[in-house]
Design a protein around this ligand. Structure first.
Ligand code: UD1
Ligand code: CA
Length: 450
């Protein structure tokens, strides 16, 4: 069975009141349409066609190239049936089954889509609809059945009679078609009173053709939440976040309070790690096993080994090997690389710097563009003066050096292995291995000169 998916995403999304195309709004850190594409892939879609309209170029650019995804543009937008028709030149003859989904339904699960496709194949009808029963039918098409319970039609709310408005079985909008029949009959859709071609009218065509229309009911209405406003967006965000937290918890991660923990869909966390409240894990962040993250941590594209501890700190695009501890109240910025056992205490900032194994920086320090060896002690208040107002310069500190409190390392500068700087030293010249420098500017202190 070859399965093709058509994703409808040409609508403008006016009610979002935004310059951003609706389907690009992120849910759990990923554009909502990317969730839909991922879900379709999990169902085994061989090919996906996205129907774009408003800001087509922006959506295309944001999604990038993928072998199994093609784009078509629907201009003007003349309804859902007209939208699907735009995919015909690409898909006709290419698949046995066509599944139509909406780009603004990020909560759809692969399980539900799989059930719909199975239902479709078992029932053998030319079209199978995903339906849900709800007392709050507002805005949805109603499923009309005959006395024997066979699906006869979908009536849009605007065209429904009073009696039909009372129907509680609703069209979710997701439907599955026998491909050959769909492509053959799509051009026969009637024009609606609103001047659109409704995909939903394919049901009446199927009934007239005697090829059957079927429904696959679901119970969880939440899954088919279509995002129309930022209120819906927040609802979807909550559900998506909860699902992500549950996935990690089932994988052995402790999350003390999922309600105040925000984890993007692409984040990886090892087993036995504990996530404390008010933690935000974003982007491609990867966390090893047995770590303790939070409370109050924000990690963006950070990679952490096993056994790391991070409290009340912000980590961005940085790498921590095993057993590193950070915070409270520190900031690791882009290009920070901390080898095993590094300790960053409070009010530390590290940018574009490499810290060797076991190096300690406990209090109030800034390291920028620095290469710090292993076993170095960075005293309280140490600063790399890496910027001269025009250019950034490098600082190198050798293994086992001891940087006294309040040392200013005026870059470019090199402090040798095992060297020491006195408290308050302003180091403007390189310090040889094993030497001790003191003062402003710092000078080598002869041995036995106390
Ligand atoms: C549609 C269904 C309705 C169903 C509801 C569920 C039709 C006629 N009606 O109504 O039965 O209960 O979804 O949410 O299908 N789109 C295009 N091109 C167009 C028009 C729409 O790509 O010309 C896309 C939109 O971007 C959106 C989707 O199709 O992703 C649904 O369109 P929308 O106008 O929101 O349909 P509804 O009125 O909600
Ligand atoms: Ca809609």
């Amino acid at each position: 069975m070859r399965l093709a998916v058509v994703v409808l995403a040409a609508g403008q999304g006016l009610r979002m009141k935004s310059q951003l195309p609706k389907v690009l709004f992120p849910v759990a850190g990923q554009p909502m349409i990317a969730h839909v594409l991922d879900t379709a892939r999990q169902v085994g879609a061989d090919q996906q066609v996205i129907v774009l309209g408003h800001q087509a170029d922006a959506v295309r650019a944001a999604l990038g190239q993928a072998e199994d995804v093609s784009f078509v543009v629907q201009q003007p937008q003349l309804g859902t049936g007209h939208a699907v028709r735009q995919a015909r030149p690409i898909l006709q003859g290419q698949s046995d089954t066509v599944l139509v989904v909406y780009g603004d339904m990020p909560l759809l699960t692969a399980g539900t889509l799989r059930r719909l496709v199975e239902c479709h194949h078992e029932g053998g009808a030319a079209v199978t609809l995903l339906t849900v029963t709800s007392d709050d039918p507002q805005g949805f098409g109603r499923i009309v059945r005959d006395d024997a319970g066979h699906v006869q039609a979908i009536v849009e709310e605007s065209a429904a009679t009073q009696a039909q408005l009372g129907i509680t079985e609703l069209n979710c909008g997701i439907c599955c078609f026998r491909a050959s029949w769909l492509w053959d009959r799509l051009s026969n859709l009637p024009l609606s009173p609103k001047g659109e071609y409704y995909l939903t009218d394919m049901v009446e065509l199927a009934v007239a053709d005697g090829v059957g229309a079927d429904a696959c009911p679901i119970t969880n209405r939440q899954e088919v939440l279509g995002i129309n406003t930022r209120v819906h967006l927040a609802q979807a965000e909550t559900v998506a976040r909860r699902r992500i937290c549950e996935r990690h918890m089932l994988n052995g991660v402790t999350i003390l309070d999922p309600g105040v923990t925000i984890i993007d869909v692409g984040v990886q966390i090892g087993a036995e790690t504990i996530i404390y409240p008010w933690t935000v894990l974003e982007g491609r962040t990867r966390i090893g096993e047995g770590c303790r993250i939070g409370p109050g941590a924000r990690l963006v594209d950070a990679a952490l080994g096993d056994g790391c501890i991070v409290q009340y700190s912000v980590l961005e695009s940085c790498i921590l090997e095993d057993g590193v501890d950070v915070g409270p109240f520190s900031h690791l910025r882009s290009g920070a690389y901390l080898e095993s056992g590094v300790h960053i205490g409070n009010f530390g900032e590290v940018k574009h710097s490499h810290l060797g194994r076991g190096t300690k920086m406990g209090h109030f320090s800034y390291l920028g563009d620095a290469e710090i060896g292993p076993g170095v002690n960075i005293g309280a208040g140490t600063i790399t003066c890496n910027y001269d107002g025009q250019h950034k310069h490098a600082t190198v500190v050798g293994a086992g050096a001891f940087i006294g409190s309040d040392t200013m390392l005026v870059a470019p500068v090199r402090v040798g292995q095992g060297a020491k700087t006195g408290a308050g030293a302003v180091v403007t010249h390189d310090v040889p291995d094993g030497a001790v420098v003191v003062g402003v500017p710092a000078r080598v202190k002869p041995p036995n000169d106390d």
